[in-house]
Design a protein around this ligand. Structure first.
Ligand code: GLV
Length: 325
């Protein structure tokens, strides 16, 4: 019997690729840039399984171009790059990688909270520019994290992991979510509040909601105006949750104090985006889950999902479980 054909859309940790090579005929895109759309549509023509990343749009057009496709496995916890309804209509299960990247992403969110508080981006650029001529009592004064109020928007796994870190740092933690989280009652020191209260009281706001039509531009002019003028906004979720033009104005005009972003809209950010001209904005290139151990675990977990789908078994981590009826 011939082996199933799969396309892996980028080089991922070898452990994941090796698992697929044992059972499948693998087409691996080795360039370090996304497959151009036209070529992607050609490459999916005879595949049984797609191992995708958040850089691939999986929509009706792609699914129509791939008549044999039986499973899509996204090497990410987020899946806003995938038209879930379009896959479900065709009976195609979608895999993703929840859980394994929670702590690593929470680490980066906390690193950005600390970096925003203590102005690490600006001060590092200052040293490299040769401007460090003397120790100065007034140089790069920032904010304390200890004793400050953190507002977490979205109390899923990553939001909760950030809350744990914040409590250990002596922060007061407020949170807001549209979903109830009864499990949080076991964590003392947390307070559920309205979105407006969180915006008004938080010294740091960390975003952990998924990107949906409801959360798109959830942070815009109005929300920035409600925040403290010193507020630090941290986004490790998805760029379009923040209205980037409004963020620029809020930072430029001192409506808020600082933004530390792991995600932008679009990605990569355009080099002429005015955010890049601001000293009070730190941007890193979507590296939330980027530790060796976590990316390796994500790669093998995505391979497990893909292999299960190809064997006709239920995916261990399925986004659209209703596909099974
Ligand atoms: C990364 O952004 C992910 O969703 O895993």
């Amino acid at each position: 019997m011939s082996k199933p054909k799969v396309l892996i859309t980028r080089v991922v940790p070898q452990e994941g690729i090796a698992m697929l090579r044992e059972e499948c005929e693998v087409d691996l895109w080795e360039e370090d840039r996304p497959i151009p759309r036209d070529l992607l549509l050609e490459k999916v023509r005879d595949i049984d399984g797609l191992y995708s990343l958040l850089t691939e749009r999986v929509d009706d057009e792609l699914l129509d171009a791939a008549p044999n496709l039986r499973v899509v496995s996204n090497m990410a916890v987020g899946y806003d790059n995938i038209d879930v309804a379009a896959c479900t209509r065709r009976g195609i299960p979608i895999g993703h990688t929840p859980g394994v990247l929670t702590e690593t992403t929470a680490d980066l969110a906390f690193a950005l909270i600390l970096a925003g508080a203590r102005r690490l981006g600006e001060s590092e650029r200052f040293v490299r520019a040769g401007k460090w001529t003397t120790w100065s009592p007034m140089l790069f004064l920032g904010q304390d994290v200890y004793g400050a109020t953190l507002g977490i928007v979205g109390m899923g796994r990553i939001g909760v992991a950030v809350a744990r870190r914040a409590l250990a740092f002596g922060m007061r933690v407020l949170h807001f979510d549209t979903l109830p989280h009864p499990e949080l009652e076991v964590m003392s020191g947390l307070r559920a509040v309205s979105f407006d209260t969180l915006l008004a009281q938080a010294d740091f706001v960390s975003i952990h909601v998924p990107l949906t039509e409801t959360t798109r531009k959830m942070f815009s002019t109005e929300q920035f105006k409600r925040m403290k003028r010193t507020a630090v906004v941290v986004n490790t979720a998805r760029g379009p949750i923040v209205d980037q033009a409004a963020l620029y104005i809020a930072l430029r005009d001192g409506e808020i104090g600082y933004a530390a972003l792991d995600v932008t809209d679009p990605e990569p950010i355009h080099m002429d985006d005015p955010l890049l001209t601001l000293d009070n904005c730190l941007i890193v290139p979507h590296i939330g889950s980027a530790s060796v151990a976590t990316r390796t675990r994500m790669a093998t977990m995505a391979a497990e999902n893909l292999l299960a789908g190809l064997r006709g078994e239920r995916l261990p981590h399925c986004v659209n479980r209703n596909v099974y009826g």
